[in-house]
Design a protein around this ligand. Structure first.
Ligand SMILES: NC(=O)c1ccc[n+]([C@@H]2O[C@H](COP(=O)([O-])OP(=O)(O)OC[C@H]3O[C@@H](n4cnc5c(N)ncnc54)[C@H](OP(=O)(O)O)[C@@H]3O)[C@@H](O)[C@H]2O)c1
Length: 345
């Protein structure tokens, strides 16, 4: 098994590229690479690409292996080094996201930070919760196998309640897995008060929370706490599922909730030509740059089934942070929403 120091050194070398030293917050140019910004993921000291990869989409769509292999290898070649997956992203009998990732890039394991989640051993897409220690250990072992690796950098508890956290069995199970060398860092993935509680236990090195132009609560409620404690922060659903693409109101869950906010938020980049603009000033570029411009945010794990999407999003983010005026205008529009609409998470 690789030692932790060797892996960290490898990731730092990758971040440095051919051009010189990687400084968190400063884009790096590499001979074979895109212009990529890496940020230190809090107390983990891992340097992660600010645009990561979320694998919910490939699991939902049971995307074919060849497409995922192309997508991930191209992104790794460009400088992506943050990969997020979960025990339940995919149907066990179809192309499960963990299996797709393992087959695609398991042979390049030293080039990326790998996160998975536990808590739904027998389910898919959030069903079948089991928070027993035995289930968590079985799930980690299964993930290692599917992902073709002997260790995971971060394992998140996948949205358990405060009561489950308080009982302690889940956290203890993760600590045992860390002790056994199967995982390096503990994470909690969820929303709102649950994330706050997880932060306050100080057991977790990383949290994965919802942050996008539609859901901004974390900025005031959680990020001051993570910064105080030097906890790594991963934004899930960072591009708001790109709901501006839909001409009709989508029927599904938070897609519909986000879609309903487009009109009241009245962002200029969700109108007219900006809707079809794939660049940094377009809908996707502005939405993602809002997240990456948020202080305390380290990586945004954008979901995609499209080879080339990571390069597009990374390029948009490399165009630079939003100006203070642009950022505040997005905050002000969101704050003007009725309270109930601001409490999605
Ligand atoms: N822990 C949890 O409970 C939880 C919950 C939800 C998500 N997550 C994690 O967060 C990740 C991201 O969330 P998500 O996948 O639900 O949502 P997301 O990243 O906000 O949106 C993904 C969607 O946006 C599209 N997209 C990406 N970039 C675009 C661009 N520049 N222009 C237009 N469309 C673009 C993708 O389509 P294409 O396929 O065409 O690129 C995909 O359909 C997940 O994959 C998962 O890893 C965790």
């Amino acid at each position: 098994m690789n030692t932790h120091i060797t892996r960290r050194e490898t990731l730092k070398l990758l971040a440095a590229g051919a051009a010189g030293l990687a400084v968190p917050g400063v884009p790096v140019f590499g001979a074979m690479r895109e212009r990529v910004e890496y940020r230190r993921l809090g107390r983990t000291n891992l340097d992660v690409s600010v645009v990561g990869f979320g694998s919910l989409s490939i699991g939902l769509a049971s995307t074919e292996q060849q497409r995922v292999t192309q997508l991930l290898n191209r992104a790794l070649d460009g400088g992506l080094n943050m990969i997020d997956t979960a025990e339940c992203y995919g149907h066990p009998d179809k192309n499960h996201s963990e299996t797709l990732i393992g087959n695609a890039i398991g042979s390049r394991r030293d080039e990326y930070v790998l996160c998975s989640k536990v808590g739904h051993e027998n389910g898919h897409f959030g069903q079948g919760a089991d928070w027993s220690s035995a289930s968590i250990h079985r799930t980690i072992d299964r993930s290692l196998k599917r992902l073709k690796t002997d260790h995971l950098d971060i394992v998140h508890l996948h949205g358990c309640t405060v009561e489950v956290l308080r009982a302690g069995e889940v956290t203890e199970a993760l600590k045992q897995a860390r002790q056994a060398g199967k995982i390096s860092f503990l994470g909690y993935s969820g929303s709102g008060e649950r994330v706050r509680y997880a932060i306050e236990t100080d057991d977790f090195d990383v949290v994965q929370l919802t942050l996008n132009v539609f859901e901004q609560n974390a900025i005031d409620d959680l990020l001051p706490l993570t910064q105080e404690r030097d906890i790594g922060v991963i934004a899930k659903r960072p591009i708001g599922n790109a709901v501006w693409r839909f001409a009709e109101r989508p029927e599904w869950g938070w897609y519909a909730e986000y879609w309903d906010l487009i009109a009241p938020l009245n962002f200029p980049f969700f109108k007219g030509d900006a809707l079809a603009d794939p660049g940094a000033q377009g809908a996707g570029g502005m939405a993602l740059r809002f997240v990456t411009s948020t202080p305390g945010l380290h990586t945004a794990i954008v979901g995609t089934t499209s080879p080339g999407r990571w390069t597009q999003n990374n390029g948009n983010v490399a165009a630079g942070l939003l100006s203070a005026e642009q950022y505040q205008a997005i905050r002000t529009s969101w704050r003007a929403l009725p309270r109930k609409k601001r409490e999605l998470a």
